[in-house]
Design a protein around this ligand. Structure first.
Ligand SMILES: *Cc1c(COP(=O)(O)O)cnc(C)c1O
Length: 499
């Protein structure tokens, strides 16, 4: 299978080239030339396999220039009990008769980004061998908090790679910051930038499209690549858990074979929910894709009206990994929903960068409303949802998952749809202990939010849960990367790192 650029259909590269390049040189994203189809029998058959075997099957459909053994090698190294502290890798918690929580945060950094970033380094190094590059890969990441740490952890000390991460000073939690500042490994670098996530992402995109700088790096022996969810090697592993969870629910007799489900996803950059869209297009019986946003509700408006408008105030919320106004992966959806009209996608993306907004044609609006439902939830309701769920079910969810839970409740109230629904749970509640403890205990009784470790202990006590080791171990760990830089100087920092 070949991959096109979402902005130029005549571009054709192999899967391994798409993974090594990350982003197309015209600024477009790599998209598969077709979406493979799985029969119900094939989907259900996955139920008898381990998670890494399921991943191998699905990867094989998309990575046609990889040998099956190579894929097996990658999935076998990534999806282990040691790294995910559970046999099933992505366990499903049944909240009630209709609601299933797909816990995607049992990996080493406690957020769903591990599902892809534990395997991306293996996919990337295998791809590098295939494309025959003699260069080292330099991974450049802009993070709203979770990607950065997950990428650092995935790539640390992986031979032939270096990784550099930018996070915004405003927006990441104390724990997220500590996780990155204390990162171990000989091939890693981290900087905070003065600004928000969109500043970080725009800065990184600018570096990627700076051909002069890239030529200079090539002279130094480096090829730039991305671990952001714009990389196909990030998105593909996310498709697996949607297909896998359907097979799992059938196997456990929670749903009948062929029965439709809804999928509800707390959304930021549109990567996770796009993976669910691919799963639907591949034949998984998904009825509605429920797109949950926080107060940065650009996507809610877009799905409801067909108008994307990022010209609005950026809101800092308690679900910071969703504080995003430019959802990069939406570009891939536009490509598929426009019947692969790369001219149109290019036009819309130019409008977005010049005017900050665009409107899609009616045909796309129709398709959006057929497949998607969208709503948003502000901080107040996020807190209330965490508290309600804890009280009613003794289940503790993080702020991002709570946004999804709340939006799902809105969906049910509005549509009365009783279809069983899988909610993607994207972070461990311990990663956002401050907000979660506040929500459950009430602001007056909760301890002050200054000491994150005290909050972790408190959450452990009131939720009767053991905190993940990777978080409790942060206490007292050496800060290796305290640096802050201006967004205009990001390119200088990269240049120094790759000197
Ligand atoms: C990244 C992230 C999201 C948003 O996922 P996208 O793929 O960017 O839509 C939601 N929740 C958490 C905890 C995250 O880390």
């Amino acid at each position: 299978m070949l991959y096109h650029s979402s902005r130029d259909k005549s571009v054709e590269v192999t899967a391994s080239e798409a993974i090594v390049k990350g982003l197309c040189s015209d600024g477009g994203l790599f998209v598969p030339e077709e979406i493979p189809y799985l029969s119900l029998d094939e989907i259900v058959a996955l139920g008898n396999m381990s998670y890494s075997e399921r991943a191998t099957e699905i990867f094989s459909l998309f990575l046609t220039d990889f040998r099956k053994n190579e894929i097996k090698d990658c999935t076998g190294k990534a999806y282990t009990k040691e790294k995910f502290e559970t046999d099933t890798i992505a366990p499903i918690y049944k909240l009630n008769e209709h609601t299933y929580i797909l816990e995607l945060w049992h990996g080493p950094t406690c957020a769903f980004k591990d599902m892809a970033l534990q395997i991306l380094p293996y996919l990337l190094t295998t791809s590098m061998e295939k494309t025959g590059t003699d260069k080292k890969v330099a991974i450049l990441v802009a993070t709203s908090g979770d990607t950065g740490k997950a990428a650092l952890e995935g790539f640390r000390d992986v031979e032939g790679t270096k990784i550099f991460v930018f996070y915004p000073t405003g927006g990441v939690s104390e724990i997220q910051k500590l996780q990155m500042q204390t990162q171990e490994g000989a091939n890693v670098g981290v900087y905070a930038i003065e600004g928000n996530f969109d500043d970080a992402q725009s800065g990184v995109k600018k570096i990627f499209s700076d051909n002069e700088f890239k030529a200079e790096l090539r002279k130094r022996g480096y090829e730039l690549s991305s671990a952001n969810s714009i990389n196909w090697g990030r998105l593909l592993p996310q498709i697996v858990y949607y297909v896998s969870s359907y097979a799992e629910l059938v196997k456990n007799k929670e749903i009948a074979c062929g029965e439709e489900i809804n999928v509800c996803v707390p959304t930021g950059n549109f990567g996770n929910i796009l993976a669910a869209y691919y799963a639907k297009e591949m034949g998984v019986p998904i009825k509605t894709l429920i797109c949950a946003s926080n107060s940065n509700n650009v996507l809610t408006e877009f799905i409801r009206t067909g108008v994307y408008n990022k010209n609005r105030a950026f809101v800092q919320t308690i679900s910071p990994s969703m504080d995003i106004l430019i959802s990069s992966n939406l570009e891939r959806l536009l490509y598929h929903m426009s019947d692969e009209n790369s001219e149109l996608v290019k036009e819309l993306m130019t409008k977005l960068s010049e005017e900050g907004s665009y409107e899609v044609p009616d045909a796309i609006k129709e398709k959006l409303s057929e497949s998607f439902y969208a709503a948003y939830c502000d901080d107040k309701f996020t807190m209330r949802t965490i508290s309600d769920i804890e009280r009613n079910y003794s289940y503790v969810m993080d702020t991002h998952t709570a946004v999804a839970q709340n939006v799902y409740e809105q969906y049910v109230a509005q549509t009365h749809d009783a279809t069983k629904t899988v909610i993607a749970s994207t972070a461990s509640p311990f990663k956002f202990s401050g907000s979660v403890v506040n929500a459950i205990m009430g602001e007056d009784d909760a301890p002050s939010a200054d000491d994150e470790f005290l909050l972790i202990e408190k959450l452990s006590e009131i939720g009767k849960m053991t905190p993940p080791k990777s978080l409790s171990e942060l206490k007292g760990k050496e800060i290796r990367f305290p640096g802050v830089t201006k967004k205009e100087e990001m390119i200088l920092r990269v240049s120094e790192f790759l000197a």
